[in-house]
Design a protein around this ligand. Structure first.
Ligand code: FES
Ligand code: FES
Length: 209
């Protein structure tokens, strides 16, 4: 007979086979309750459950209310591009590290690829399309053109939105303020100095200088 089989139970740590089985029974019961959906049914009586299928939500985008079907996992960037065809907002990294997808929520710049569409309900959303269009450029967009603030253009909508948000909260920024505002916007073409020039020129022209 092996030593293993003939040895008495070791309860030196206050943990026996019996207590393990009792604990496992409690855990199994909990899992069964979860699997049966009983907890879900209980919580449904206290909350407004959305999903997992698409549900229509109202988003205030560029001054008008749009009804958009979204799943709980749908990002704001996906809702803008895929459902509303506002393709000015670019998805580049899709993980919050380049800021190409920047839009404004209540005037503050956010990465729309890491913002759930559901979290934008009851907020004022501004996209690059809300700033201006090719016939009526926003002064900042015109300054980007004039000062060569773009090359390939992948980063440009997000860059413009970060700068527009800066000018909304600080109409007279210093170069360091602009650099700080675009510190999360990655430009592979290296247009940063031209972007700073464009923002400072916009601020000067607004002051009438
Ligand atoms: S695409 Fe959103 S941060 Fe890069
Ligand atoms: S202009 Fe090309 S990435 Fe910025």
């Amino acid at each position: 007979m092996s030593k293993h089989k003939s040895s008495p139970p070791d309860n030196s740590h206050g943990f026996s086979r019996r207590s393990f089985l009792k604990g496992a029974g409690v855990a199994a019961t909990g899992t069964a309750v979860l699997n049966s959906g009983l907890l879900g049914q209980a919580s449904e009586t206290h909350s407004n459950v959305i999903g997992p299928d698409a549900t229509s939500i109202a988003l205030n985008i560029n001054g008008s209310v749009k009804h958009v079907p979204v799943e709980p996992r749908t990002t704001l960037a996906e809702a803008l591009r895929h459902e509303l065809h506002l393709t000015g907002t670019k998805i580049v990294c899709d993980r919050g590290s380049c800021s190409a997808c920047t839009v404004m929520l209540d005037g503050m710049p956010v990465n729309s690829c890491t913002t759930f569409a559901l979290d934008a309900v009851d907020r004022k959303i501004t996209t690059i399309e809300g700033l201006g269009d090719p016939e009526h450029l926003h002064p900042l967009q015109a300054a980007f053109v004039e000062h060569d603030g773009m090359q390939c253009g992948y980063c440009t909508p997000g860059m413009v939105m970060s700068c527009a948000a800066l000018l909304e909260r600080n109409p007279n920024p210093a170069a360091a303020d602009v650099q700080q505002a675009i510190s999360g916007n990655i430009c592979r073409c290296g247009t940063y100095p031209k972007v700073v020039e464009a923002v400072l020129a916009t601020a000067r022209s607004r002051k009438g200088a």
